[in-house]
Design a protein around this ligand. Structure first.
Ligand code: PLP
Length: 471
C-alpha cells in the first residue's frame, strides 16, 4: 500500500513549474530544457520507489528541495555549449582534436567588427559594385609568399582536390609511392586524387623514388607531377626522394606543371629559432614549383583554410571552377586569415602575437619560469596532492615537424589518495575542462600550451579534487 501512496504523491510537473525556485531557474534557462529535466527527475524518483523493497519504504521520503536542486544541476549541465573552450595541458601545440592553431587575441576586434556588422565581403568600395570575396586575402598572400596569385578554400584537403580537378581531371598525375600518405585519418592522397577525377600514376617504391622513375611515366596523358610533403612521418635510413628543383626541371623539359602539397606550410624559417628546418612556402615557389597548397591552421597559426598559391594562369582557372563555389570560405575565416597574414608583415610581431609561433619557440628558461610559477600557485592550494617539476618534451602536432621533440618543463600530479586516472577524469570534467595525459601513474601538465591566465583555473580544479573527496 505504501508504494502506491508514494507513487501518487509524486509531484506533478505543473505543480513544480509553479514553484518559486523553479520559476527562478526558468528565468535563466530555456523552458523546454527545464521541463525535460523535471520529467527526468520525477521519473528517476518513480523508478527508485518501484525498485525499493516494501519493507524499506517506511523511511522513504520524497524530498522536493532535493529534486529541485537536481533539476538545477541537470539544466545547467544541459545548457552548456557542446563546442567549448578547454585548457590544453598536453603540450601538443597543434592538437587537431583540440582545434589546432589558436587565433591571435590581437585580431579579436577585427574579427568581431566584420562578423557582427555588414562588411565589404563581396563589395568593391571604389566602384560601388559587386566585388570578389577572394581579393581580401590574395594581395597579402602574394606579398608574404612571393606568389603571382592565390586562392583560399575550406581546408588543405579541399585545396588539393580543387587543384587536381582543375589541372588534371581525366588525365594522369605522377606521384611517388613514398608520398601516398594518410593524414589525420581522413586525408588520403590516393582517395583525394580519385575524387578529383585525376588518374594516379604511382612511381618508385616506399623508401626510394628516383628522377628516372618519374620520367619513365611521362606521356601525352600526363597533366602534372605532384609532390606531397610527408608531414606526419619520416622514413629513415635507406631512402631517396626527388627534390622539388629536380622535379621542376623535369617538368620544364616536358612542359608539365609541378604541384606541391606542403601540408603545414610555414612562412617562417624555423631553423632561425633553433628548430628543424621546414621548407617555407616562399622557398617552394622560388624553386619553380607551379602550385603550392598548405593549411591555414597548422604552422601558419590562422583559421582552418586551404591556401593555394602559384602561377596566375592556373589559379584563374581554379577561380572559375564550379567546385570553388562549394569549397568557399566564409567571412569569419577570411577575416581571421587576412588579419593573421598581416601580422607576418613584421616577423618579430608575428613571432610574438601568433600563439602557435610563440609556443613553438619558447625557450627552456622561459618554460622553467612558467612551470615554477604554476607549481607555486598549485602548491599553495593543495594538501593531499603531490606535485613535482620534471623535464620532458612537448610535440608540435598537426603533422608538422614529426620528429621534433621540444624540451619542456612538466608538472607531474599524483596522490596517495587518488589514482592518476581519477585525477585525469576530474580535471577533464572540470567546468573548464583541462586536458592532460598520464605517464608513470602521474598526471602530466605541460606548460608550453597553457596560458598564464589559465594557471588559476588549473589550481582551482586540482583543489576541487581534494574538497570533493572531503564532502
Ligand atoms: C595536414 C595535411 C593535409 C590536410 O590538411 P587540412 O587543412 O587538414 O585539410 C594535407 N596534406 C598534407 C601534406 C598535410 O600535412
Amino acid at each position: 500500500m505504501k508504494k502506491k501512496e508514494l507513487l501518487s504523491n509524486l509531484p506533478k510537473i505543473d505543480e513544480l513549474l509553479n514553484k518559486k525556485e523553479i520559476q527562478n531557474i526558468l528565468n535563466e534557462f530555456p523552458r523546454i530544457t527545464v521541463v525535460e529535466s523535471i520529467r527526468n527527475q520525477v521519473d528517476k524518483l518513480r523508478k527508485k520507489i518501484l525498485k525499493t523493497e516494501d519493507s524499506e519504504l517506511i523511511n522513504f521520503k520524497i524530498d522536493i528541495n532535493d529534486l529541485i536542486k537536481n533539476v538545477f544541476l541537470e539544466v545547467k549541465e544541459a545548457n552548456q555549449m557542446s563546442l567549448r573552450r578547454v585548457v590544453n595541458a598536453t603540450g601538443v601545440v597543434l592538437h587537431t582534436n583540440l582545434g589546432r592553431a589558436l587565433i591571435s587575441e590581437s585580431i579579436k576586434e577585427a574579427l568581431l567588427d566584420v562578423v557582427c556588422n555588414y562588411s565589404t565581403l563581396e563589395f568593391d568600395l571604389s566602384s560601388g559594385k559587386r566585388g570578389l570575396r577572394y581579393t581580401h586575402v590574395e594581395e597579402i598572400l602574394c606579398k608574404v609568399t612571393g606568389a603571382e596569385a592565390a586562392l583560399v578554400v575550406n581546408n588543405n584537403a579541399a585545396a588539393v582536390l580543387l587543384v587536381l580537378n582543375t589541372m588534371a581531371k581525366d588525365r594522369e598525375v605522377i606521384v611517388s609511392r613514398g608520398q601516398l600518405v594518410e593524414i589525420g585519418g581522413s586525408f588520403r592522397v590516393p582517395d583525394v586524387m580519385k575524387q578529383s577525377g585525376a588518374k594516379l600514376v604511382e612511381v618508385g617504391t616506399t623508401n626510394k623514388t628516383h628522377l628516372f622513375d618519374y620520367e619513365d611515366k611521362i606521356n601525352e596523358e600526363t597533366a602534372a607531377i605532384l609532390k606531397v610533403h610527408t608531414s606526419n612521418y619520416r622514413i629513415l635510413g635507406f631512402t631517396k626522394e626527388v627534390e622539388a628543383e629536380d622535379l621542376v626541371s623535369l617538368g620544364k623539359r616536358y612542359d608539365i606543371p609541378v604541384i606541391e602539397d606542403i601540408g603545414s606550410g610555414t612562412l617562417i624559417d624555423f631553423s632561425k629559432y633553433g628548430l628543424k628546418k621546414e621548407p617555407t612556402v616562399k622557398e617552394s615557389l622560388e624553386k619553380g614549383v607551379d602550385i603550392v597548397t598548405f593549411s591555414g591552421d597548422k604552422l601558419l597559426g590562422g583559421p582552418q583554410a586551404g591556401i593555394i598559391v602559384g602561377r596566375k594562369e592556373y589559379i584563374e582557372k581554379m577561380k572559375k571552377n564550379q567546385l570553388t563555389r562549394a569549397l568557399r570560405v566564409d567571412k569569419m575565416t577570411l577575416t581571421a586569415l587576412e588579419a593573421t597574414l598581416r601580422l607576418y608583415l613584421n616577423e618579430e610581431k608575428a613571432m610574438r602575437e601568433i600563439p602557435t609561433l610563440r609556443m613553438l619557440t619558447m625557450s627552456i628558461e622561459e618554460l622553467r619560469e612558467k612551470a615554477n610559477k604554476l607549481y607555486q600557485i598549485i602548491r599553495e592550494r593543495v594538501k593531499n596532492i603531490e606535485i613535482d617539476l620534471i623535464d620532458g618534451y612537448s610535440q608540435v602536432g598537426g603533422g608538422a615537424l614529426p620528429l621534433e621533440k621540444l624540451p619542456s618543463v612538466l608538472i607531474a600530479v599524483s596522490s596517495k589518495y587518488f589514482t592518476a586516472n581519477k585525477i585525469e577524469v576530474s580535471l577533464r570534467n572540470y567546468k573548464i575542462p583541462i586536458i592532460t595525459r598520464i605517464s608513470d601513474e602521474k598526471v602530466i601538465l605541460d606548460v608550453r600550451t597553457i596560458k598564464e591566465e589559465e594557471f588559476e583555473i588549473i589550481a582551482e580544479a586540482i583543489k576541487s579534487i581534494e574538497s570533493r573527496d572531503e564532502q
